[in-house]
Write a protein that binds this ligand. Structure first.
Ligand code: ADP
Ligand code: MG
Length: 332
């Protein structure tokens, strides 16, 4: 199979939303009147972001999911994406499930594949997504990292920490009962981009980011760019790990050797969660609850924004807890 057969077979599809898709020198995209384009690019490299044994269907899903998650964090509606793919070999048994996983998620979000580049080389998947955000009375409705205000509540969607837990099982540092591992593994391999929540939070959230490198590290970006500080409740955070509830406490069906500090570390700094971390005025709690409801996405209040710079962790009684959690940094 040659380069052009490969593109034709797996990546060329009719477009509805775009003006022109795969096949010419450029794709053509017409943003709706009164909107801005939101653009984001994310690369997945074998050995760094995924293991060579990762199921290609799941990899196709994840490659697009992490990009849609960035659109979600901006409150942008997905439109289209491009795919730059370096492949060691053109093998149908890999390309077929990879493109199925990728395009199934694309279809679910009405996000069209409009172009890309294909080359031989070590497996590397680079996607650029395009979304749109309305401009109302000259003001962009995009959710930014820089808008958090003193007194705002701090929220996170869904669950965090389970993806990291699954990674630790793959690394052999912990073991888990099979049903708990299966659920955690799904979070690592097939994350759910919170697109509907991002859209519902436009005009309500003051700042947002998606959690990819770890909750506290990504929170740090909001704090820095907004020029504020925050307090995070560790008791709430530890309960955000789905596996924790399965393994401990009243609902615990399984016993594990894992210590509380380790659970908390995964919740606060695990990474690969692709949940939305956002701030909203305390007066907007009902609106946040309605946004969660309409997008069918659970959200949890985990702290608040304060004037004093930096990050403070507290326990359930409001006592300070030392912050020893560091997030992922490719070059650290
Ligand atoms: P050019 O040489 O002009 O850059 P290419 O020969 O690389 O064009 O690609 C031909 C067409 O196929 C272009 O429309 C390009 O966007 C598209 N394309 C190439 N690789 C991919 C891919 N992996 N996924 C989707 N479209 C692709
Ligand atoms: Mg090219």
């Amino acid at each position: 199979m040659g380069e052009f057969d490969l593109i034709e077979r797996y990546f060329k599809r009719p477009v509805n939303r775009a003006v022109l898709g795969v096949g010419d020198d450029c794709a053509l995209l017409q943003p709706s009147p009164g909107t801005q384009l939101a653009i984001s690019c994310d690369m997945l490299v074998e050995g760094r972001h995924f293991l060579s044994t990762t199921d290609p269907f799941k990899l196709g899903h994840k490659a697009l999911a992490v990009n849609l998650s960035d659109l979600a964090a901006c409150g942008a509606r997905p439109l289209a994406f491009t795919l730059a793919l370096a492949l060691p070999r053109a093998i149908d048994s890999w390309l077929a499930p990879f493109s199925q996983g990728l395009l199934a998620l694309a279809d679910a979000h009405g996000c069209e594949l409009i172009g890309g580049d294909t080359t031989q080389g070590p497996l590397n998947i680079c996607i650029t997504v395009f979304g749109e955000v309305p401009v109302v009375k000259g003001r962009s409705q995009a959710l930014l990292r820089s808008g958090a205000q003193v007194g705002d509540d701090l929220y996170v969607s869904g669950t965090v920490g389970d993806a990291r837990l699954a990674l630790e099982v793959f690394r052999g540092t912990v073991s888990l009962p099979a049903p708990v591992f299966d659920a955690a593994r799904l979070r690592l391999e097939q994350p759910t981009p919170r697109v509907a929540l991002g859209l519902a939070l436009r005009g309500i959230a003051t700042a947002a980011i998606d959690v990819s490198d770890g909750l506290l590290g990504d929170l740090g970006h909001i704090l820095k760019q907004s020029g504020v500080g925050a307090t995070v409740d560790t008791e709430v955070a530890i309960n955000l790990i789905a596996s924790y509830a399965e393994c401990t406490g009243a609902r615990g069906q399984f016993n594990t050797e894992i210590k509380a500090e380790q659970w908390l570390g995964w919740a606060l700094a695990g990474g690969d969660d692709y949940e939305l971390l956002f701030t909203a005025p305390a007066a907007a709690r009902t609106l946040v609850a309605a946004a969660a409801d309409i997008s069918q996405t659970p959200v949890t209040r985990i702290g608040h924004i304060g004037l004093e710079h930096g990050l403070r962790l507290v326990d359930g009684d409001g006592q300070y807890v030392p912050n020893t959690y560091s997030s992922f940094d490719h070059f650290a």
